[in-house]
Design a protein around this ligand. Structure first.
Ligand SMILES: Nc1nc2c(c(=O)[nH]1)N[C@H]1C(S)=C(S)[C@@H](COP(=O)(O)OP(=O)(O)OC[C@H]3O[C@@H](n4cnc5c(N)ncnc54)[C@H](O)[C@@H]3O)O[C@H]1N2
Ligand code: MOO
Length: 420
């Protein structure tokens, strides 16, 4: 198929091929950063028992305040880790996190108590309250944080540090997740030089897409299994592709050689090994010659155009959509924000623009940067977001709402960059 497809069609074709990976169980230590495949229901209360929030004395208030000046014998002591104890009145010395003695319901912090007498070991034996105590003061009730039976995590949520905190609190030892996609990167072009110490010969350039795409693959939560630079010889390319598949790649990303030139061999080379090219060319700018195929072994193939911004867009808006789907993440939804300044386009294409989210009078707004040409890399330094303008919007005014995406699907907008 070599007909130009629109963005929606391209995305639907990708999502049709990117079926989520099988569900696996992993320990919490292994699951960090992976995406939950099943909901997690709390099978315990948090906290698991009523306990003290303060070092102090546990009392029985029984629904009414205990006034300052009241005196109590100290009848026992309870430290974090002590098992359940029964109190028959009086006050119990208690530590933060210690189980409340049964029969007591409030805690007065040690600094609001006067110790009137001590026993032979120097421990408080009699106390007087120096402040009123309200019923339930400084007691953390069983289930007050998480009630047993509550669904605490939904499928599709990454196992981030917050999820680990809750799962570990509940004593969950393993979770159902999907593994990280394995990605291989092939950079095509005889003009490319990888070794930064090697002087450039006439016509040569540095390979920037290779390091860039590799870094972004990592930031997208995938595992880079191979990166190679290949010449414009189809045989070299196919040999490298075979090594990528042998390395276990689920997704292969190539850069370059997908346009109209005599050396743009990727489509034919792929056809030659039985790949099913699902689309080649999308009505977008930059990155129009983007190619997407399913290889004979089922792996997904994205032929990203060689210009750096085009490769970046193909990765961000097409390959990352596939990476999300493989791990069970729902399709991404953009932020909506007003445009900082008018912006016009001449082509009825969907534009993915290097943009900057700024803070103005406490509100966020999005600015389309200068230097949108796809060969330019310097504007990427200033950009902190992508601004997307649909094909049909030709003229936008300041204040018009636009779709804004973070630099990568797995990262939010970097607010510290916005604030600068
Ligand atoms: N006659 C036409 N020419 C071009 C068309 C077209 O429709 N008709 N499309 C243009 C567009 S749009 C793009 S984007 C590029 C895409 O070209 P390819 O994907 O075939 O890529 P190359 O030709 O190999 O390279 C394009 C450009 O990017 C530089 N490049 C390539 N790889 C790297 C790398 N790893 N690091 C840094 N820079 C790289 C390469 O040197 C070229 O300058 O085609 C247009 N032409
Ligand atoms: O669309 Mo190409 O991707 O302009 O450079």
């Amino acid at each position: 198929m070599s007909q130009v497809v629109d963005y929606g069609t391209a995305l639907a074709l990708i999502l049709r091929e990117a079926a989520p990976f099988a569900v696996e169980r992993r320990t919490l230590a292994e699951a960090g950063g992976l995406v939950l495949a099943e909901a997690v229901v709390a099978d315990a209360d948090l906290p698991p028992f009523d306990n003290s929030a303060m070092d102090g004395f546990a009392l029985r208030a029984e629904g009414k305040a205990v006034a300052a000046g009241a005196e109590f014998e100290v009848a026992g002591a309870q430290v974090a880790g002590d098992e359940a104890a029964r109190a028959d009145g009086g006050a119990w010395e208690i530590m933060t996190g210690a189980r409340m003695p049964e029969g007591l319901d409030s805690v007065v912090p040690v600094e609001r108590v006067e110790v009137l007498a001590r026993d032979g070991k120097g421990r408080p034996a009699r106390i007087r309250l120096s402040a009123d105590v309200q019923p339930g003061d400084n007691v953390r009730l069983r289930g007050q944080d998480v009630e047993r039976g509550t669904t605490v995590l939904q499928p599709g949520r990454p196992v981030d540090s917050a999820a680990v905190m809750v799962l570990a609190s509940l004593g969950v030892d393993s979770v159902a997740v999907r593994r990280r996609p394995r990605v291989a990167v092939l950079n095509t072009g005889r003009e490319l030089v990888d070794d930064p110490r090697r002087p450039l010969a006439s016509g040569e350039i540095r390979n920037s897409n290779g390091p860039f795409v590799s870094a972004r693959v990592d930031a997208a939560g995938a595992e880079l299994v191979l990166r190679e630079t290949v010449t414009d010889e189809p045989a070299d390319f196919l040999a490298a592709l075979a090594r990528a598949l042998a390395a276990g790649a689920d997704v292969v990303l190539s850069t370059g050689a997908v346009s109209m030139g005599r050396h743009d061999f990727v489509p034919d080379a792929l056809r030659g090994i039985g790949a099913d090219i699902r689309f080649h060319k999308v009505a977008i700018r930059p990155g129009r010659p983007l190619l997407f195929a399913r290889l004979a072994g089922g792996q997904l193939y994205f032929g990203l155009p060689g210009n750096p911004a085009s490769a970046a867009v193909g990765l961000r808006f097409f390959a990352e959509a596939a990476l999300r789907a493989l791990t069970g993440l729902a399709p991404e939804r953009p932020l909506r924000m007003p445009l900082a300044a008018p912006w016009r386009k001449r082509a009825e294409l969907r534009f993915h623009l290097k943009g900057r989210v700024e803070l103005a009078d406490g509100a966020l707004r999005a600015r389309v940067l200068h230097g949108q040409e796809s060969f330019k890399v310097q504007p990427l330094l200033v950009a902190n977001a992508w601004i997307v303008v649909p094909a049909e919007s030709m003229a936008l005014e300041a204040g018009d709402m636009v779709d804004v995406y973070a630099p990568g699907h797995a990262e939010g907008l970097k607010i510290e960059e916005v604030m600068q």
